[in-house]
Design a protein around this ligand. Structure first.
Ligand code: SAM
Length: 265
């Protein structure tokens, strides 16, 4: 057992039920390739190897490399286990040999890179079909909350998020200060952007502008960057209340606002 490094977000999960449920949430079938970020000492990796065809892991901590090599020597020899020593933030899915829609990412990711890693995989040209992450409970809750946020819209535009279960902080070594939760993001694609001919970057500009001042109406936030008259026309076209706030606007309406704004610009 190694000592946990805080700088690498190391909170090792030792709850067998939770480990099983994370793998289960990935709906892994015998033909699946799974990418695991930060395998640690391989607790989740063992679960994933029970059902996947291949498990590719990326681990940054030098100390863990010989431990993982020894633990999964048999699977490595069979070509089922591929160990990459490095920083996930310096990789990209294509560079790891992973192709669009043909793999799943399942991981207990270090909290300090949750946002960056989620964006990296959802936005990639070589996106996975499914993502299952163990994240801080509050982050998982915000992804599925009825009250929308930049985070929830940024996830829902790519896939369908589902809150799987809570994992109590006492299930980790060392125990973090807050509880965690397993979140699954299913049916990932760029279909919404393709079907509505919206550029991803432009879409996020609109969403971020729309949420810029919490207490203001959505139309007032957007009017800081876009033409007031154009916005009023869109509001009447979409039958939107002038007092609508960003947090009450569902993905479908964000897409309609964006596609109408781009027609005008
Ligand atoms: N999967 C193990 C488990 O469930 O017990 C460990 C999870 S621990 C929260 C996060 C793991 O990610 C650690 O093994 C840590 O060394 C690794 N890690 C941290 N930063 C990383 C990075 N940038 N790239 C790859 N691995 C990283």
């Amino acid at each position: 057992m190694i000592f946990a490094k805080k700088s690498l977000g190391q909170n090792f999960l030792h709850d067998a039920g939770a480990l099983h449920d994370i793998a289960l949430a990935g709906n892994i079938s015998a033909g699946d390739t799974v990418l695991e970020i930060g395998p640690g000492e391989g607790a989740l990796t063992s679960e994933l190897l029970k059902s996947a065809k291949k498990v590719v892991v990326v681990e940054k901590d030098d100390r863990l490399i010989p431990i993982l090599e020894k633990k999964f020597a048999k699977e490595k020899a069979e070509g089922k286990f591929i160990l990459i020593h490095g920083d996930i933030l310096e990789k990209n899915p294509g560079g790891l040999g992973l192709k669009r829609g043909e793999y799943k990412v399942i991981a207990n990711i270090p909290y300090y890179i949750t946002g960056e890693v989620t964006r990296m995989f959802l936005e990639s040209e070589d996106y996975p079909s499914t993502v299952v992450f163990l994240v801080q409970k509050e982050v998982a809750e915000r992804m599925v909350d009825e009250k929308e946020s930049i985070l929830s819209i940024s996830v829902k535009v790519y896939g369908s998020p589902k809150y799987i279960r809570t994992v109590k902080s006492g299930s980790f070594r060392p125990a973090p200060s807050v509880d965690s939760a397993v979140i699954g993001i299913y049916n990932i694609s760029k279909k919404i952007f393709e079907d509505n001919k919206i550029n991803e970057e432009d879409f996020f500009d609109i969403v971020k502008t729309g949420f810029s001042h919490k207490r203001k109406k959505l139309i007032s936030n957007l009017a800081e960057f876009y033409d007031q008259k154009d916005l009023e026309n869109i509001w009447s076209l979409l039958n939107l209340d002038i007092n609508t706030r960003a947090e009450t606007v569902k993905l479908e309406t964000w897409v309609k606002i964006a596609s109408n704004l781009f027609k005008i610009i």
